[in-house]
Ligand binder design. Structure first.
Ligand SMILES: Cc1cc2nc3c(=O)[nH]c(=O)nc-3n(C[C@H](O)[C@H](O)[C@H](O)COP(=O)(O)O)c2cc1C
Length: 176
């Protein structure tokens, strides 16, 4: 195999993620929403979820202060709103007014949630790990909300982010 001809190989340094699509979520901390693509489930029982937060974001300060946050998975139809939430800062603009989205009180935590989401996790903050430019926050999912009638694999359209302003959605999945 001619590996060198097949691949462009880059040494450490200079972030690049290769356009691998990632599901997009909007995290609300207190009343401020911000968009995240870097998030993952980390434990099943208890259900623990982690989000990676850029330290330049206004939300980073809020995440340090807050005892909780919510993770909201909006469908592909909300691409414009989610993109705007991910390109504006809550200490400069009111993102609710800007996008026309509204928030709702959560059931178990003080941070708000976003109706119209397909899935919503209410999380109690557990701990965080600081890295150079990002901080990984871990939350215990204490309440989950699943929208009724819209989550069938053949029906649901998630919002996927490929980097560099490219978005897509899933096609009908193939069951094996
Ligand atoms: C599709 C998309 C994905 C993003 N993913 C992340 C992420 O994983 N972590 C992060 O900290 N910021 C991410 N951002 C950037 C923040 O959402 C953005 O900086 C936002 O303006 C922060 O808002 P705030 O200053 O009100 O906290 C993403 C933005 C977009 C558009």
């Amino acid at each position: 195999m001619d590996f060198k001809n097949l691949y462009k190989s880059l040494p450490e340094g200079g972030y690049t993620h290769g356009y691998i699509p990632r599901p997009v979520a909007v995290v609300c901390v207190k009343e401020n929403p911000f968009t995240v693509a870097h998030h993952t489930p980390v434990n099943k029982d208890p259900f623990i979820y982690a989000i990676s937060v850029d330290k330049n974001n206004y939300s980073y300060k809020l995440m340090l202060e807050s005892e909780d946050f919510t993770i909201n998975f909006l469908p592909f139809d909300f691409l414009k709103e989610v993109d705007t939430i991910g390109k504006t800062h809550g200490n400069e603009v009111n993102k609710w007014q800007l996008t026309g989205l509204s928030y709702h009180k959560s059931q178990t935590v003080s941070s708000v949630l976003i109706p119209n989401s397909l899935i919503i996790y209410e999380c109690v903050k557990l701990n965080h790990i600081e890295f150079e430019d990002h901080c990984l926050f871990f939350g215990k999912v204490v309440m989950k909300h699943y929208i009724k009638g819209k989550l069938k694999p053949g029906k649901v359209r998630y919002l996927l982010f490929h980097g560099k302003n490219y978005y897509s959605t899933n096609k009908k999945p193939k069951k094996i």
